[in-house]
Design a protein around this ligand. Structure first.
Ligand code: C5P
Length: 229
């Protein structure tokens, strides 16, 4: 895969005109755009149709977690809508994950299991009285997703090697929490684009470093160049 094919832009903006100009300004550089809950709640099918018209791949990041039947219905809708990638929480359990897989039509959307959010760290594990380490928990949930026939998982750059060792190199690992510089925000398990890709990430997800940039094209260029060298 070329660097720009590994790159997912998180469209965490709620102004449609800004979204249009961002997507158009990155047209030759980015192929996959991520739509999260707030954007989907505000614009629904309008945003999906817009991205399809621009021939972009759509990652619908709704992080679904529900009973198996409801998840199955949601996956069927996503399939019909032509979504390319969809997230479902692995903590919903094996039966729910299997129901997701059996409900999609054909091979799309790619089903990605959310393991442990990159905004959580070991303090959250103690707070929740979980005795496992983050690595152990992420590997365990990844293996469950793999056994349910998921295409991959979402995890931080720190867990990629362990996931690939446990689930095999073809099991996709999609990595958010990407930062170019030291920054103070809600993300805790962070990495640079180069660290994530050299650790084996199949895709990286970048939101605010691009959407908050004065010149998003410049940032995307910097990231893709850092992946080549
Ligand atoms: O702005 P930032 O680069 O932190 O955006 C990361 C994006 O990835 C957000 O849209 C967030 O919802 C998403 N995400 C995440 N952690 C996960 C799964 C998805 O940060 N485990």
């Amino acid at each position: 895969m070329k660097p720009n094919e590994r790159f997912i832009v998180a469209l965490d903006i709620l102004d449609f005109e800004r979204i249009k100009s961002l997507v158009d300004s990155l047209d030759d550089l980015c192929k996959i755009f991520k739509v999260g809950p707030s954007l989907f709640l505000r614009y629904g099918k309008e945003i999906i149709d817009f991205l399809k018209k621009r021939e972009k791949s759509i990652f619908l990041d709704l992080k679904l977690n529900d009973i198996p039947n409801s998840i199955g219905c949601a996956v069927k809708e996503a399939s019909d809508m032509g979504i390319d990638m969809l997230t479902i929480h692995t903590l919903g359990g094996r039966e729910m994950l299997e129901c997701a897989v059996s409900s999609r039509k054909g091979n799309l959307p790619l089903l990605l299991g959310v393991t442990i959010l990159t905004s959580l760290d070991k303090n959250w594990f103690s707070y929740m009285r979980i005795d496992f380490t983050i690595d152990e928990m992420v590997s365990y949930l990844s293996l469950m997703a793999k056994e349910a026939d998921f295409d991959g998982v979402i995890a931080s750059a720190m867990e990629i090697r362990e996931i690939k060792d446990t689930c095999g190199k073809d099991f996709l690992v999609v990595v958010p929490g990407i930062r170019l510089f030291e920054s103070l925000d809600d993300q805790k398990r962070k990495a640079t684009p180069k660290e994530a890709i050299s650790s084996g990430a199949d895709y990286i997800v970048v939101g605010r470093p691009i959407t908050n940039a004065e010149n998003p094209r410049e940032i995307v260029r910097k990231i893709t160049e850092s992946l080549v060298y």
